[in-house]
Design a protein. Structure first.
Lengths: 327, 202
């Protein structure tokens, strides 16, 4: 399963459709991205229509994501309202302050820095680690670097920022996505991983960046929105098939039988609790004890041995019980 | 004797953009006729020769890595196979620097144009297999072509029942390379797995 969590939602239908078709050949899940620049509008409902106004490839799972461009940390962004409207909520900080805030406090799923720009500050490991600890991942978008519309600057910045980001996060919690406004800027997962390797990420972590890490973003976001306190979720298990009642009745019968069987067995065992055969070691020990005791007081020793054997016999059925139930 | 270690890259040249911009307006009818899969895997222009391709790659390496990178790469960089009909090529390069070549391929977005009046020919190059032996790469190319034929047939069957065009598309597709990506590492087992997956999907 490969994920591309950033495909900008553009009005140009033909281009978007083509991009999706192109991505669907190699990716399983994509997220259409709606960018909010500046003030958050009063209407926080999802701006991406469901279903999309054109045919999409069947194999492709399409999520809806919102990216807020954050420049003023003091502003209220109504993240709660936005996050409930979209599948994934990402934040794109413009400056060091807002990056710091996004890392430390803001409730979001992704921090997506625009890597085609130059940042006049270093990415600090402490802040990044803070974000990672909260389960917020960082995104590298390679699209602008590939299209390279401004004569090499965006590519240079992409490489420098990506290596910085990888250094600051120690390669942990990085998601790679395309941010491709045109189908031309999309690359296959393997090509992306190769680039990541050249930027210092390592083959396995690179694979995770388009696979597992991205998946965890999706799943975590889902859990945040739907589940009870982010812990328990009810999953739709599908309709019961016709043969299920028949089966379940059978199962119940069997289960009931088994339970009864187990109980009967236990009781029977308890009633005629035959002493379990004693191991040789135990025998020796008891013999030794008896020998020692005979010197002091000869009456106690037989009682003790019988007691020991009873304990063993009781221990045996209780050990059986969980097995019987689990079956 | 110690062999010189090589890597063979199997690449597909994909064309994500429609044939000519004028067709964009009437793209509806065209898209109905040709499934996206066939459009993306359309044949390369005839003037794409191995020499031209290798020159393009070198230019790209020079752009990305400068003289140093080109110096490392150029001695071993050779196009072993190029089929314009299927837009498939096999590139040989040294094992130590195959990632540089691969990155250069990833960053390529255009084929060089022959004349100045011509439209830029947008393309995306996808590496689908990396191997230490050319034999495995050839096998993979054949396997992918086979899968692509099956997929295209199915899509044509579903989308356009237009008989003559369907046959044409099938013939075109019959020569074409595959469709799905792989892990692209030199771990062949992993790649085979992915290949099987892609069969299942397609």
């Amino acid at each position: 399963m490969y994920y591309d969590l950033n495909v900008p939602y553009i009005a140009n239908r033909g281009e978007l459709q083509r991009t999706l078709a192109f991505l669907s050949e190699r990716y399983n899940t994509i997220a259409l991205d709606f960018a909010i620049i500046g003030k958050v509008p009063a209407d926080t409902s999802n701006q991406i229509p469901t279903p999309l106004p054109f045919a999409t490839p069947n194999s492709l799972r399409i999520l809806r994501r919102c990216t807020i461009h954050l420049s003023d940390p003091s502003q209220n962004h109504r993240l709660k309202a936005l996050s409930s409207a979209y599948d994934i909520l990402a934040i794109r900080p413009d400056n060091e302050k807002s990056l710091q805030q996004a890392c430390q406090a803001l409730e979001c799923d992704l921090i997506s820095l625009d890597l085609s720009l130059r940042y006049p500050f270093y990415f600090k490991h402490q802040a990044m680690a803070n974000a990672l600890q909260r389960g917020v991942k960082f995104e590298i978008s390679y699209g602008p670097g590939i299209l390279n519309s401004d004569g090499g600057a965006s590519r240079r910045h992409l490489i420098s920022n990506a290596t910085q980001l990888i250094r600051a996060t120690r390669g942990r919690g990085i998601v790679i996505s395309s941010e491709a406004k045109r189908a031309l800027a999309c690359r296959g997962p393997a090509d992306v991983v190769n680039l990541a390797v050249l930027w210092g990420l390592g083959q396995d972590k690179g694979m995770e960046a388009v696979g597992n890490e991205a998946r965890s973003v999706v799943v975590q976001a889902e859990m945040k929105r739907r589940s009870f306190r982010g812990v328990i979720d009810v999953v739709y298990g599908g309709e019961k098939s016709e043969r299920v009642p028949e089966n379940s009745a059978k199962g119940k019968q069997e289960k009931g039988k088994r339970k009864a069987d187990v109980l009967e067995k236990n009781e029977a065992e308890r009633v005629n609790a035959t002493p379990k055969p004693i191991s040789k070691r135990e025998q020796k020990r008891q013999a030794k004890k008896a020998r020692l005791d005979t010197g002091k007081n000869s009456q106690n020793s037989p009682k003790e041995t019988s007691k020991g054997s009873v304990v063993l016999a009781e221990g045996a059925p209780t050990e059986d019980c969980p097995n019987g139930r689990s079956k | 004797m110690v062999r010189i270690k090589q890597r063979y890259l199997l690449i597909h040249i994909l064309y994500p953009c429609p044939t000519d911009p004028a067709a964009k307006i009437s793209s509806k009818s065209q898209e109905n006729a040709l499934p996206d899969l066939v459009q993306f895997h359309r044949p390369s222009p005839d003037d794409l020769t191995p020499q031209l391709l290798v020159r393009t790659i070198r230019d790209q390496v020079l752009l990305l890595y400068g003289d140093y990178g080109l110096g490392l790469v150029s001695s071993s960089l050779i196009i072993k196979y190029l089929s314009t009909a299927t837009s498939t090529a096999i590139i040989r390069c040294s094992r130590a620097h195959y990632r540089l070549v691969w990155a250069a391929l990833s960053f390529m977005t255009q084929l060089p144009r022959m004349s100045k009046q011509e439209q830029p020919r947008d393309c995306a190059i996808q590496v689908v297999r990396v191997s230490g032996t050319i034999k495995k790469v050839e096998e993979e190319a054949i396997r992918r072509a086979r899968v692509a034929i099956l997929r295209a047939k199915r899509e044509v069957g579903e989308e356009s029942t237009n008989g003559l065009l369907g046959i044409l598309v099938k013939d075109e597709e019959a020569l074409q390379g595959g469709e799905n990506m792989t892990a692209g590492s030199d771990v062949s087992d992993e790649q085979d797995e992915m290949g099987i997956d892609s069969d299942g999907d397609g």
